[in-house]
Each structure stands twice: as C-alpha cells, then as structure tokens.
Design a protein around this ligand. Sequence first.
Ligand SMILES: Cc1cc2nc3c(=O)[nH]c(=O)nc-3n(C[C@H](O)[C@H](O)[C@H](O)COP(=O)(O)OP(=O)(O)OC[C@H]3O[C@@H](n4cnc5c(N)ncnc54)[C@H](O)[C@@H]3O)c2cc1C
Length: 717
Amino acid sequence: MSRSRLALLVVIVLLVAAFFAAGGQRYLSFETIKAEQEAILDYYASHPWQTALGFFVAYVAVTGLSLPGAALMTLVAGAIFGLLWGTVIVSFASTIGATVAFLASRFLLRDWVQRRFGHALRAVNEGVAREGAFYLFTLRLIPAVPFFVINLALGLTPIRTATFYWVSQLGMLAGTIVYVNAGTRLAAIESPAGILSPGLLGAFVLLGLFPLLAKKALDAVKARRVYARWKRPRRFDRNLVVIGAGSAGLVSAYIAAAVRAKVTLIEKHRMGGDCLNTGCVPSKALIRTARVLAEIRRAPEYGLKSAHAEFDFAEVMERVQRVVRAVEPHDSAERYTALGVECLHGEAKIVSPWEVEVALEGGETRRLSTRAIVIAAGARPFVPPIPGIDEVGCLTSDTVWALRELPRRLVVLGGGPIGCELAQCFARFGAKVTQVEMLPRLMVREDPEISAMVMQKFRDEGIEVLVGHKAKAFRVENGEKVLIAEHDGAEARIAFDTLLCAVGRVANTEGYGLEALGIPVTRQRTVETNEFLQTAFPNIYACGDVAGPYQFTHVAAHQAWYAAVNALFGGLRRFRADYSVIPWATFTDPEVARVGLNENEAKERGVPYEVSTYGIDDLDRAIADEEAHGVVKVLTVPGKDRILGVTIVGAHAGELIAEFVAAMRHGLGLNKILGTIHVYPTLAEANKYAAGVWKKAHAPQGLLRAIERFHGWMRGG
Ligand SMILES: Cc1cc2nc3c(=O)[nH]c(=O)nc-3n(C[C@H](O)[C@H](O)[C@H](O)COP(=O)(O)OP(=O)(O)OC[C@H]3O[C@@H](n4cnc5c(N)ncnc54)[C@H](O)[C@@H]3O)c2cc1C
C-alpha cells in the first residue's frame, strides 16, 4: 500500500475511533436527541448560522466516515430547520458526505479490487459503464439498501465521480424529504424505523424501478423511431432470412429450421463461404501435404536411411480441391433443403427492415418479406493501397487456391495466422519464401516467447522472416518485381516473383442495403451490433466475420446460435453473446493454440496472474514421436485454482487445448485436470503435467515438513 493510502487509512481509523471513544454513538441516539430537542432549538434560535454550519459539517463527517446516525440526523434537520431548509441542508450534506466516502473507498481500494477481481468483475464494470447512473438511481431510491454500502461499493466501480454526485443527490431527494418532513414532527415519532410504512416502502421501490422502466420505454421509442420511415408489412412470408451461407449463415439457418421456423438462406457465390472454399478447409488440406513432405525430409530422425518424395505442385493443389469437394456436401444446398431451409442462389439486398430482394441467377428478382434478418455476409482479404501493388499483382487467400505452379520466390506480406500458415506451406514445397511483417514479431497477439518459437522454426526451415519491415512500395525494375520496405530507418529491397497478401480481412458491409438503411459500422469496419447481436434495427442481426470481433469459423457458429435464437424468440427471451471462453489455433508447425488470457493481455488489463509452464521436450510421447518441442503455459489467479488462460505450442496443440477449453467453460481448475487419468503415452499428458507444475508450486510446505517429521518418527528416529 502506498504511503498516501496508508496515511488516509490511518486518519480514517483515528477519526472513527475518536468518534466512538468520545461516545458519539450516545449523542446520535434517538432518545438523546428527543431529550435534548428543546435545548437544541434554543441554541438554534440564538445562533442560527452557526447551528446550520455546524450541523452541515457534522452531517458530512458522519456520512463521509460511514458512521451510523445519518437517518437520525436527517430527522433532526427537520426538527431544527423545518421542511425546506432541512431538506436543502441534508440534501447537500448527505451527497457531499456520500461522495467523500465514495472517493475514499475508490482511493484506498479500487485499484486493488480491480487488479484482484477485475476479470470476474468485467461484466459488472461493463454494466456500470453502460448503465451505472440507472442502477445508482434505483439503489438510492430504495431505502432498504444501506446508504453507506452504496457509497463504498460504487467507489470500487468505474462510475464517474460527477455522475455519482448528481445521481445520488437526485435519487436521495425523495427519501430526504420524507425523513425531514417526519423530523418536523419529531415529538410524535416513536422510532426512526417507524417512519417508513410498508406502503411508503412500496412506493419507493416503484419509484426506484421507474428509471429502469423508463429506459426500456425509451429503447422501445428509439426502436420505433428507426423504423419510422418504413412501412411494416401486415404479414410476413418468412420468420427469418439469412444473407450468406458461410459458417455463420449455415448455422443460423440450421437452427431456424430445427425449431420449425420458415427460413430462407441466400448465397451469391458458393455454399460454405470462406471456410469451405478458400479458408479453413483448403488451408488445412495444403498444410497436411506440406507436413507429409517435411516429415519425409526428416526421415533420418526416425531411423530411416533415406526417404524421398516426388510431387507435382499442380497435383497437390488438385488434392486440395478434392478435399473441398469431399466436405462440400456438408454445406450443400441439397443438405440444407432436406433440413427444411429454403436455399436461394443469388445476391441479396436489404430493401427495408422486413424485406430482402434477391437477384437470382438468370436475372429474375424476388422480394421476400420476413420478421427478422440475419446478416452473415462474411469478410474478404484486405489489400493495402501500397504504391505499385497493382502493377506487381497480388494473390490473396481468395485467389491463391487457383495456383498450379509453385512460385519460385514468394513474398508473404503479413505475419498473422493466415500469412504464417501459408508461408510455411509454400516453403515446405520448395518456394523461396520471404515473410514480411511490420511489427516486431510474427503472431503478435501471442506472448513474445511463443512468437519466438514459431520464428525460430520458420528460420530453421529456410524462411526468411523479416519483422519490423514496413512495406512502402512495389516496383518492377529491369523486369524483376521488387518490394521496397523500411527497416530501422533504412531501405530494404526484396526481389520476388509472386506476392501473397495476408494483412487482415475486412468485413463485407457494402452493396447490399446497409448504407440505405443507415445501419452503422464500427471503427473496425464491422457491422455494429449490441450484445444480443442486433444492429440498429432490432429485428436485423449480424454474426460471423461481418460482425467480428473474432474471425473464426467456430466463433461464427457460436454467434449464429445467439443471432438465430434472439431473432426468432427475442420477444420472449434474449441471450447475450458470451465470449468468455474463446479458443483458437494457428496450424503452423509447431501449432499454436490458445484459450483465455496470455501474459501480454493479463499485463495490459492489469489482471494479476501466476504462470505454470511445462516443456513438452520432456514428454515421453513427444520424444517417441520426434516432436519433443513446445510448451504448455497456464495462467492462473494467484493463490487460486482458477484458470485465466492457456497457450500451447507443439504438435497437435489445437487438439490439446480442448481439455482446457472444457475446464474453463465449466469452471474446473488444475486440480481436476491433475485428478483425471490421461492415457499413457499421449501428448495430452502434457496438460496433466502442466497442472502438476502448478500443484507442486502450491504444495503446503508446512504440512509437508510435518509429514516428513512424522515419517522420521515412524522410522523410530
Ligand atoms: C486462409 C484462411 C484460413 C482460415 N483458417 C481458419 C481456421 O483454421 N479456423 C477457423 O476457425 N477459421 C479460419 N479461418 C476463418 C474462417 O474462414 C472465417 O472466420 C469464417 O469463414 C467466417 O464465416 P462467415 O459465415 O462469417 O463468413 P463467410 O464464410 O465469408 O461467408 C459469407 C458468405 O456470404 C456471402 N454473401 C456476402 N454478401 C452476400 C449477399 N449480398 N448476398 C448473398 N450472399 C452474400 C458470401 O458469398 C459468403 O459465401 C480462415 C480463413 C482464411 C481466409
């Protein structure tokens, strides 16, 4: 604790102690006040200003120090100063006192509480940031919630001091008037508790709920206003129209059909979207072949004299398409039609909040009316406007799959997951790959030592990894393509034959009606949604890459559940999209998988953590498989068996992480993982050993010493 905090704490403790030592609680008793009422009034008559000032200061002190007696003093204010001045004095004194207590609690405890429990308090913090004034107003109006508890508790939250002050003053006004008014008839009152009859209490509760009800009404009015310029159809042909048949759209439509809603799914290009056609599926198929090749090259490590693979890159790419075709039926129009989804092939355009126009193949246009719409239009590769990029030409994750000839010298622009996966594949097939990243390391979202492991492996495999290199321009010089990059203030020139751009993906938000409807997009250029995945129009939802913030197939599917269920049943109950446990993996060699926080993020958010690390180089199965490299890194709450996040690097990290995802999702700690039998010898044992590292660090040393003495005693020593 800092000196200033300690000093304030000491002052508060001394003041509170002095209050009780001087018998303050006796003076602030109902009986004493009633007995002294005459004397107090006499003093007030002769010294009105001094009485008012002294009372004001005493009130602020009592409430600021959270001492008992504020309700009684409010009665006294009525008895001495009457209804008007009593209310004015108490209203300001109580609000100032409350703010003093609020600030003291904030100064002394907030940082500590947020550091220690910030993760658990995230929802509370977000709620307070969003609707803190409403909550505070409600609490202030309901006298059952003690005054001092509200002051101290709100000090620990992110609510602004000014908001706290004015909402408190306004919220407490009704209660203040009731108490001050009762005080004007002090002689007739038997006890302060008797002031609030059940009827009056009920009225306060209703008054407290009023702002929340008013907010709901306001939301409804706002919603009506966004619809004002549109004519709502009297009836709808469909319950749901889904735009885009990628991961998000397919799951939305599937759920709607499963609950027997009438649903239409519109896709302008290929069913399955990016994941099936240009994303997860082809990339993983290519990675597999590249890995087989890499393993063949490592034959001597496995005790084989030699092994050799001959391949034709065009055949490899044909195999990738075979895999896509093999998975295709899972996402096909035939399958979804059989499930009860109406599938239309055409380009959708939202023409009103309840109508979607579809430009079908062959030129026909259909207009569909629907109660709700789910936008699942996905994202596309972002090609940065670097001078000369159009002249040299550029492949993206959309177009790379058409390659049939292996590039000789390939520049991969971007050090994120897609860039890394593809850079390693092409290098393994024999391309001379240069990976160029502007930031100081690859996979910058991961912890530095995790990035370092991947970068080391890439360099070992012959990839030239150029981090801290900012692409400035592309040129064609003497018939050769050249990338000009800036590095440490100097110019670097990289000659290449083919450029693959993987610097991020941008949501598809244009050209299908969002602009005309006025549906806003975020700064990240995704469709803006609330926590229920509703856009500015409450019956229009968005999910998947078009909504963000994550761009993964499993998150798109996860969001799709919320979007579809809220769209169909939101009138009865709405569900907030839950992003508390989101895993992902990058399928490089070594694979990198993560769930929850890593060290970088924990530091950024001020979340305290402990790290337990298990090196996979020590794992029997990894040694047997010649895969003895990587790490399981677990972050836990200090001194507690609660997992904050896990990063795994190594073979099959994407599979291994599942155990931690389940643990985090269901609130299981490392003790439970340690207490679970893992098959020997498997890579999954690494998870158990990481839990063991944590357990060892938390072994009760005192108890172990006592047991050691016990064993010594048993040996007769
Ligand atoms: C190379 C690569 C590898 C990847 N690897 C992984 C991975 O390993 N794991 C993972 O989880 N994620 C991975 N991803 C990300 C994953 O592919 C996406 O997160 C996922 O496909 C998003 O699904 P979606 O439904 O939101 O969008 P999409 O799949 O893009 O689907 C959107 C669909 O909407 C259609 N559409 C758009 N506008 C209209 C319109 N007006 N009318 C009709 N149709 C329209 C589009 O044609 C498209 O088919 C990878 C991505 C890439 C590029």
